[in-house]
Ligand binder design. Structure first.
Ligand SMILES: Cc1cc2nc3c(=O)[nH]c(=O)nc-3n(C[C@H](O)[C@H](O)[C@H](O)COP(=O)(O)O)c2cc1C
Length: 457
């Protein structure tokens, strides 16, 4: 069997993810493995059509394709997303049709599920027989249980190809609506009240709904608001994953990204993202913005900011997108003001949504409101806290210092009152009589303090 590996790590052969593919190859010597370092060579793939065509020819002559990539900012790396755009731009979709596909990622399990759903959608759109994913924790290959799981998974993948199984599709083709948004004249403009608002966009079409939504939003205020168009900034490429920034948050790139981020994003009170969804996601250009902010590693630079999104396109047919927009900042103690969409095709509703976004981001910013985080934020925060304290500490030293200085290593072990309470109760409830009484009165014990507050404060 011929298997093509499309490696999504910008580190190419010297990446963790690549070792998973090599390990599979070693244990299945009867199959032929062809490797392409997609993300590492993306600039050459873009410039030189022959290189792109060679990859596509390998896919076309393969029995199976392994999309193998690290999770980068809740999806896959910028460069990999750019390759997916190229497949469509260069009319190479048919090479993928009917091919058996699987996705292998490595990560620290922070929103690996959004990355996998996105890749599932990509495979379905390409007409591939997507057989499922393998989401490895980055160090799983070092554990015998991780290696065993990978081998069983790979064996199942090869069996699917051999037996020509027909997997069910998860995503139906996108249904596009031809709707043109008509911004209404703003009757009541919102006072900025000294708040710094920045709109970040990847928009490159002045006639698009995104451009019109941005125009309407900017027009909602009494004073000018900063607009950052990523297409107009000198950004040389996606994050390389080199982790040089781990010690002191300095990026190896010599372009204008860091200075833009430091001068426009960090000082802002309110950040609004405006984008259009195509090919199951926003553009690789906007992904570059999210990936390149990694020079700050896991520092919550959006802390206490207000965050909003204006999105054009079929977001409801991309169920992972809400998780992305919420998850990308919710772990930082950031208030999500709202996600305005044009999907309803209802002029009034969209106009009102934009006006409300403008009003709410200022009023929430003034009161310092941040809604309590959901599981997306609470869970994400704990993944980072544990990994920065543990396996990432020596690499992400700037994170470690920041988390330590800001009391973010708030493990339950340090809550001594809880520990004493728990130990005492656990000891006492070993006695059947006390146990019976404790569980009988449990609800009262739990809600009583809340009742007291509700009555007295
Ligand atoms: C820019 C960047 C963004 C990342 N984003 C995520 C993420 O959102 N979720 C996650 O679990 N891991 C994330 N990681 C960690 C990588 O997925 C992980 O270290 C992976 O194993 C690296 O694989 P590689 O050596 O093949 O590139 C990120 C790493 C980098 C450099």
């Amino acid at each position: 069997m011929k298997i093509t590996i499309l490696n999504g790590s910008p580190k190419g052969n010297e990446s963790i993810t690549m070792q998973y593919a090599k390990f599979v190859q070693k244990h299945f010597p009867d199959h032929e493995f062809i490797y392409h370092n997609i993300s590492q060579k993306i600039k050459r793939i873009e410039k030189n059509k022959d290189i792109f065509d060679k990859i596509i020819a390998d896919v076309e002559s393969s029995d199976g394709v392994i999309w193998s990539a690290p999770v980068y900012t809740l999806f896959v790396p910028t460069q990999y997303m750019r390759f997916i755009e190229l497949i469509h731009e260069r009319d190479a979709v048919k090479a993928f049709k009917g091919k058996y596909a699987t996705v292998i990622t490595t990560s620290i399990h922070f929103y690996d599920h959004t990355a996998h759903r996105y890749m599932n959608a990509i495979c379905d759109d390409l007409g591939m027989n997507y057989t499922g994913y393998f989401s490895a924790e980055m160090n799983d290959l070092l554990r015998s249980s991780g290696r065993n799981k990978l081998l069983i998974f790979s064996n199942n993948f090869f069996n699917s190809i051999e037996n020509r199984t027909k997997p069910q599709k998860r995503f139906q083709p996108i249904v596009k609506k031809n709707f043109i948004f008509k911004p209404e004249k703003t009757l009541k403009r919102v006072d900025l009240k000294g708040k710094k608002v920045v709109v970040v966009t990847d928009n490159n079409d002045q006639e698009s709904n995104t451009a019109k939504m941005i125009g309407k939003f900017l027009d909602s205020f009494t004073e000018p608001v900063e607009l950052v168009n990523l297409r107009e900034i000198n950004i040389k490429g996606g994050c390389l994953g080199c982790l040089s920034c781990g010690y002191d948050n300095v990026c190896v790139y010599k372009d204008d990204f860091t200075s833009m981020y430091q001068s426009k994003i960090l000082p802002a009170d309110i950040v609004i993202i405006a984008t259009e969804l195509n090919l199951r996601n926003f553009s690789a250009k906007l992904k570059e913005f999210y990936d390149r902010r990694f020079f700050l590693n896991h520092r919550p630079e959006y802390k206490d900011k207000q965050y909003g999104v204006m999105v054009s396109g079929p977001i409801d047919q991309m169920p992972y997108m809400d998780d992305f927009f919420q998850g990308v900042v919710e772990w930082q103690n950031t208030n999500i003001v709202g996600i305005v969409r044009d999907e309803s095709c209802d002029q009034d509703e969209i106009n009102r949504g934009i006006q409300q976004l403008a009003e709410n981001c200022i009023s929430f910013s003034e009161t310092g409101y941040c809604q309590p985080p959901t599981f997306l934020g609470v869970g994400g925060k704990k993944v980072f806290r544990d990994d920065i304290w543990g396996q990432l500490r020596s690499v992400c030293q700037a994170d470690y210092r920041y988390y330590k200085n800001n009391g973010l290593f708030n493990f339950p072990q340090t809550k001594y009152k809880n520990r004493v309470f728990n130990s005492t109760i656990m000891l006492l409830t070993k006695i059947p009589g006390i146990r019976k009484k404790f569980y009988k009165k449990l609800n009262k014990v739990i809600y009583q303090p809340h009742k007291k507050i509700a009555e007295t404060r």
